[in-house]
Write a protein that binds this ligand. Structure first.
Ligand code: ZN
Length: 266
């Protein structure tokens, strides 16, 4: 569609103008793709920091088309028992790092089906959810949880929290953000110190990723919702640039080939 993406003039991480096209792939097989969206995604690479990203990010008009379809997995309460098992392992790692929750605030950005947030509540955190999907916010509110429709940035200026969050989770969120550093810096401004960031996304330096590329079966080149393919190394760099120190690495059980990193306030 016309005016579908705002094009990056420079690398969205290091601002280098030395960027070039890496690959153009068809994305019409994606569950969320539909007319009149462009059938192709063009991936770029930065010649300075090697970061890989799409040639632009969706405009509001394009996002309206895209978000017209909520994937089943993103419906609040979907397959709640199965997802509780996965979420519990994520919450446990945070508790091991931080100690007993004692009603400290856990802010979950992009809560999707709500499982991580509900499980954090079960463990004893006070919880608050933020999501771009209005329906999910309404559904979570209806379940008795506090939730806000918008971005972390808009929440930071519009919401009065009971306390500073001790935990901020961004599970499979930052690769959807046009400018990840802005989001991470907003999180750093908001979080209490000491505090813990839980962040997950596909790992583009995992041997599995390279194997997928070599055998032409990497699903993430066709992932219409992602703007970035982070390596673990590049993620650690941007965490440090935004005031966090990586503390723990695990593989994620939520999505394929994903990493799940805990980073403490530096
Ligand atoms: Zn760069």
């Amino acid at each position: 569609m016309e005016n579908e993406r705002t094009k990056y003039a420079a690398c969205p991480l290091c601002e280098s103008g030395e960027i070039s096209a890496l690959a153009t792939v068809n994305c019409t097989g994606h569950a969320m793709w539909r007319e009149p969206l462009e059938p192709n995604i063009t991936w770029m690479q930065c010649g300075t920091c090697d970061h890989v990203f799409t040639d632009g990010f969706f405009t509001e008009a394009a996002l309206d088309v895209l978000f017209g379809n909520t994937q089943d997995m993103q419906i609040v309460g979907n397959d709640i028992e199965y997802h509780r098992n996965i979420s519990a392992k994520m919450v446990q790692r945070v508790v091991e790092a931080l100690g007993l929750p004692n009603d400290r605030l856990w802010l979950d950005i992009g809560f999707g089906n709500g499982s991580l947030l509900m499980t954090a509540k079960e463990f004893g955190f006070d919880v608050f959810g933020i999501d771009l999907r209005k329906k999910n916010v309404e559904d979570l509110n209806a379940c008795g949880f506090s939730a806000y429709h918008g971005t972390l940035r808009s929440a930071a200026s519009e919401v009065t929290f009971n306390s500073r969050p001790s935990v901020i989770s961004m599970a499979d969120v930052v690769e959807h953000e046009p400018y990840p550093l802005e989001t991470l810096r907003t999180a750093r401004e908001l979080i209490s110190s000491p505090g813990m960031l839980l962040i997950s996304m596909p790992n583009a330096s995992a041997p599995l990723w390279h194997y997928w590329n070599a055998t032409d079966q990497n699903p993430y080149w066709h992932e219409i919702e992602h703007y970035h393919n982070f390596t673990r190394e590049r993620l650690y760099d941007v965490l440090r640039d935004s005031g966090f120190e990586p503390r723990h690495y695990a593989i994620s059980e939520r999505y394929r080939c994903c990493m799940e990193v805990l980073a403490a306030t530096a």
